[in-house]
Ligand binder design. Structure first.
Ligand code: FAD
Length: 349
């Protein structure tokens, strides 16, 4: 007897991979649960709600926040159970062969199969290591860009040299008064095309340069000036700013992968899996950024394919004689009534 209900599939993580897995498992008539650490669904896309996303198949450019809405809407089509604010810390198996997912709050979830859609783990931005910096987090020191509007006509300093920093410099340049990008090394790490766009967008790159000190405005409330230090000659110079954005990457909470009672083969901080989304443990599958194999595409588009593969594998784990893949939408009985309703709505307009 289980203290909790038994599910066919439990998806850990409610980002793009987890949401599409929830949709697809509903399509395959599996009893589905999502467990998400955050109080919301959407995963890492919440880091860039106002970024324009161009590379999701079949979609015209779409804002991150709009994509979240679309993905959540699709993910909830078959009304999976969703457990928010729960961090899965370990996976074990009971005597009946079912998986038990243990959470940080000592809850147990019982499931026949598991899909790990945990992205890079639970992400926390790497904070600026300058004493007292945290007091500016309520005014003009940012670790994510939640609203483009607040950066309009502002002088912005972005610190970081990876994709995220380069992306934000390009996104903000057209609306900002001026964007400076400081990076402690000589070469930025973003995509080549994005790095070329920096110059076209008028972004001033301060390479081999680091933030040394944040100097407050006279009312002590905001950062007014940033003291930057050249790593070439140690010389410092001051820059007046309105907003400072830090993109120094993320600390990953990898407790689940490292401490799980059931161990899975890993590749660095990811799961070493198969092109069909299998892991080294039968019954446990992986989808999205957490999955590693030679053909893996680390984009939202790639997460969708992993998710469908993972669900199809989970379905056959539970019911070996089941079809290896789901029916396309047009041939699926589950959509017949929904299609009728949608058509009625479409032709009424
Ligand atoms: C700044 C930025 C810009 C990007 N731009 C693009 C773009 O333009 N196009 C594109 O295709 N991709 C882009 N990406 C990448 C894209 O966001 C990721 O590929 C995608 O989010 C991966 O989806 P996922 O579901 O695998 O993981 P995630 O989105 O990371 O979701 C994982 C979820 O799992 C949860 N979780 C983790 N561990 C646990 C646990 N132990 N218990 C419970 N819940 C847990 C997390 O809280 C999170 O909600 C961008 C990424 C960043 C950072």
């Amino acid at each position: 007897m289980h203290e909790e209900e038994l599910f066919d599939v439990t998806i850990i993580g409610g980002g793009p991979a987890g949401l599409f897995a929830a949709f697809y498992s509903g399509l395959r008539e599996m009893k589905t649960k999502i467990i998400e650490f955050q109080p919301v669904l959407g995963g890492k896309v919440h880091v860039y709600p106002e970024k324009m996303i161009w590379d999701v198949g079949g979609l015209q450019p779409i804002l991150g926040s709009q994509l979240i809405e679309q993905m959540v809407g699709q993910g909830m089509t078959f009304q999976p159970e969703v457990a928010f604010n729960e961090k899965v810390t370990s996976i074990s198996k009971d005597e009946a062969g079912y998986f038990i997912l243990h959470t940080a709050a000592n809850r147990k979830h019982f499931t026949k199969t598991v899909i790990l859609a945990i992205g890079g783990g639970i992400l926390k931005p790497v904070k600026l290591e300058i004493e007292g910096a945290e007091r500016f987090e309520i005014t003009n020191l940012h670790y994510t860009v939640k609203s483009l509007a607040r950066f309009k006509e502002k002088t912005i300093l972005i610190s970081g040299g990876g994709h995220s920093a380069v992306d934000w410099a390009n996104e903000l340049a057209p609306i900002a008064k001026k964007v400076f990008l400081t990076y402690r090394k000589e070469n930025l790490k973003g995509h080549e095309a994005d790095i070329s766009r920096l110059a076209n967008n008028g972004v001033e790159c301060l390479l081999n340069t680091s933030i040394e000190k944040l100097i407050a405005t006279p009312d002590h409330e905001r950062i007014g000036t940033v003291l930057l230090k050249s790593n070439d000659n140690g010389e410092g110079f001051e820059l007046s700013v309105d907003e400072v954005i830090i993109n120094h990457g993320y600390e990953r909470d990898k407790e689940l992968l490292v401490n799980s009672e059931i161990k899975m083969d890993l590749w660095e901080h990811r799961i070493s899996g198969s092109v069909m989304s299998g892991t080294s443990v039968p019954g446990i599958y992986a989808a999205g950024d957490v999955l590693h194999h030679d053909g893996k595409l680390h984009l939202i588009a790639g997460a969708f394919q992993d998710a469908a593969n993972a669900v199809n594998q989970a379905k056959q784990y539970i019911t070996p004689e089941a079809n290896s893949s789901g029916m396309v939408s047009s041939h699926n009985d589950l959509f017949t009534q929904k299609n009728r309703d949608l058509m009625k709505h479409l032709y009424r307009q």
